[in-house]
Design a protein around this ligand. Sequence first.
Ligand code: ATP
Ligand code: MG
Length: 210
Amino acid sequence: MNIVILLGAPGSGKGTVAGRLASEHDNLRHVSSGDLLRGAVAKGTAAGQEAKGYMDAGKLVPDALIATMIKDVVAETTGDVTMLLDGFPRNVAQAEILAEMGAPVTGAVLLDVADEVIFDRIAGRRTCPKCKAGYHVKNLPPKVEGICDKCGEKLTIRKDDNPETVKDRLVVYHQQTEPLIAYYRERNLLKTVPGVGDLSAIVANVLAVL
Ligand code: ATP
Ligand code: MG
């Protein structure tokens, strides 16, 4: 197993692109730190209870909390697969933890999207709480309004997708996550893909650099 990290601002399309790639290619797995955490919150586990306040405020949860979850998934994943890691690492300390986990990081793909675009994207975002599929009311609407194409569940708006929290999430991204661009560039692992325009083209461009 090897790992390719997806970097990019909240709403840059990491989950959408990785979800699509994983559904189209048997050897690709999508692992989203946000989905793992929201799953823990929904289940009410101890980790979920600890994480909830940070997530609702748009802050990062403690490194050790999310690192433990990622470690478990990495340990469970074997064979000839590439893990598309979406949302982890989120700061340099987490990148160091990941480097020590054993599985080789063979690339870091930055989905490049300007902040102005992010607000509109997140404002229109709808999420399937069951299968985690993502939609946008204008750019990527489901076939039936408010209903997930894949599993028929009612779509929801994430609690941290309100404009105030999005602003805070972008500040956190620029301060804490953006230094990872230089971190992976220095290690010759960084690939940058424009994250705007036709979704199929973005997906194809990411696949081409994996
Ligand atoms: P996207 O909009 O692409 O889903 P996002 O960063 O806004 O990206 P998630 O990745 O779903 O949203 O993360 C939601 C929240 O979960 C974050 O705001 C943070 O509180 C927490 N979180 C997720 N991954 C990490 C991480 N690696 N370290 C710390 N906190 C994390
Ligand atoms: Mg996501």
